[in-house]
Write a protein that binds this ligand. Structure first.
Ligand SMILES: Cc1cc2nc3c(=O)[nH]c(=O)nc-3n(C[C@H](O)[C@H](O)[C@H](O)COP(=O)(O)OP(=O)(O)OC[C@H]3O[C@@H](n4cnc5c(N)ncnc54)[C@H](O)[C@@H]3O)c2cc1C
Length: 464
């Protein structure tokens, strides 16, 4: 980790002392400056309800824990129960830094029991069905549980199986990897470590002969838009011998294809243009838009790509796959789910209030909501909205706090530089008054050294 910091500071007009002074105020600045949850008088607790209601929260990931901490304060007399099976809570954003060789897997894990807020009950169980007509859920162990208010934060599942010929067992073998690969239930994170080894294998193989590497991003909403782009660009740095391991430069012995299901990399025009400008400088990289990974033959190392002209076959040596996502089955098969369209199966909430469109005592946040943003940053903003709007709903007041569509995708074009991509429904929404399309060393340092701490010690306590 230190190596990367030193590299960063060598060419920087700011000293390490300036940086440390700066970072000390970052959480405070962001508390004061972020405009994303409009109309919240305070990021901590604005609306209060004193109703002794039963609030059920499904999920103990980013959204479930943040919402539990916030609702504990906003509804002090409520009985709040979190239903989730996972012993371990993962800081999923950190998987990219594991792949880059800068974090270990253990850095991203915490016991769920230590994150459940005081005064909140944790039922270690799995929801099997939702019955919003009777205000209850069914779980594997406890059976039926009634609620007054339900908050769904069950995340999104990685749907690798929807790619023909590809199974979870193929990852880590035959040149196939994905930084996304994780097991939310067990907390085991294979993806970051696998990708780190994958870079080593590519570097080794490229010394013998030229290697073809295929990266794919699915069509539709993409979970963490930055993750594949980070792996691609940091991987190129590693293959140039500029990573922490400092191997030989084999970058002229690889060719890269990035097949993207959508017609963009980032769902915000200004940022998409800025990111594409950086990627297009890479002479050995070909980008194919509107091109979907349909099928993989792991034994033959062949991928079938589909675009508007039909199917084509590409022989690869190494393949990195970003998964299509789907709502967890109990959500998708319930009356809470959106019945049609590209977000079919996800929870049908109002995009501004996060209240269910047909069941007013149901709310959803995070990846499970039928909304385009799929990031921890978006989820944290939604938790602020949930905090106020659930308290207001309990009191029969207007749901005044609005979710603006804010999301973030911290893109890492090289070691020591990060573009702090933040946008909402209206366009770029930078927290800080600096050109957000410029990759800066300070965002890299904040992400690498501070964010994980901010996540576990502040955001997971509903404090930011
Ligand atoms: C590789 C990678 C890199 C990322 N990088 C970034 C980044 O740089 N910036 C960023 O903002 N975001 C990033 N993200 C995205 C971010 O981690 C997620 O968007 C965020 O964690 C979503 O939070 P969530 O609460 O909706 O879901 P999760 O955190 O996934 O939690 C879901 C919870 O629901 C539970 N659950 C599921 N089904 C059931 C059930 N049937 N019953 C009970 N409980 C259930 C699970 O056990 C879990 O506790 C990244 C993600 C990955 C994988």
């Amino acid at each position: 980790m230190e190596i990367s910091s030193e590299k960063t500071f060598k060419n920087s007009p700011l000293s390490r002392r300036d940086f440390l002074k700066g970072t000390a105020v970052v959480p405070l600045l962001s508390l004061a400056a972020s405009q994303s949850a409009e109309a919240a008088e305070s990021k901590l607790t604005a609306a209060i309800s004193n109703k002794a209601a039963k609030i059920l929260i499904v999920g103990a990931g980013t959204g479930g824990i943040d919402a539990a901490a916030r609702l504990r304060r906003a509804a002090p007399k409520a009985k709040i129960t979190v239903v989730a099976p996972n012993d371990v809570h993962l800081y999923q954003s950190g998987q990219v830094f594991v792949a880059a060789g800068l974090y270990t897997q253990a850095d991203n894990r915490r016991d769920t029991s230590k994150l459940i807020p005081d005064g909140v009950e944790w039922l270690q169980d799995r929801v099997t069905a939702f019955d919003p007509d009777h205000n209850s859920i069914m779980t594997e162990k406890k059976g039926e549980i009634p609620y007054d208010v339900l908050v769904v934060a069950a995340g999104a599942e990685h749907d690798f199986a929807s790619i023909e010929g590809l199974s979870i067992d193929d990852f880590g073998r035959n040149g196939i990897a994905s930084v996304y690969l994780n097991d939310i239930d067990s907390g085991k994170v294979a993806g970051g470590e696998q990708v780190r080894q994958w870079f080593e294998q590519i570097a080794q193989a490229a010394q013998a002969k030229e290697q073809t590497i295929l990266f794919t991003i699915p069509q539709g909403d993409v979970k963490a838009e930055n993750a594949t782009l980070d792996i691609l660009m940091l991987g190129l740095e590693i293959l140039r011998g500029k990573g922490p391991g400092q191997g030989p430069d084999v970058s002229d012995r690889i060719s890269l294809t990035l097949a993207v299901g959508n017609d963009h990399l980032i769902a915000s025009k200004a940022f998409d243009a800025a990111v594409q400008k950086i990627l297009r400088k890479e002479k050995r990289l070909k980008i194919l838009f509107d091109t979907q990974l349909k099928q993989v033959d792991p034994a033959k190392k062949t991928a079938t790509l589909q675009d508007k002209n039909g199917e084509s076959s590409l022989r690869y040596d190494f393949l990195h796959v970003a998964p299509p996502i789907k709502a967890p089955d109990p959500v998708a098969s319930s009356k809470l789910a959106l019945a049609e369209g590209v977000r079919k199966g996800f929870v049908e909430v109002d995009p501004v209030t996060l209240q269910h469109k047909r069941y007013p005592n149901v709310f959803a946040l995070g990846d499970v909501a039928a909304l385009p943003a799929k990031s921890g940053a978006a989820t944290r903003d939604m938790a602020i909205v949930i905090q106020d709007n659930v308290a207001n709903a309990l009191e029969g007041r207007k749901l005044s706090t609005r979710y603006t569509g804010y999301t973030a995708a911290p893109f890492k074009p090289r070691f020591g530089r990060e573009m702090l991509i933040e946008y909402d429904r209206k366009g770029p929404s930078p927290t800080f008054p600096l050109d957000p399309t410029v990759p800066r060393w300070i965002w890299w340092e904040v992400d690498l050294h501070l964010l994980r701490w901010v996540y576990f010690d502040l955001i997971m306590h509903g404090m930011l």
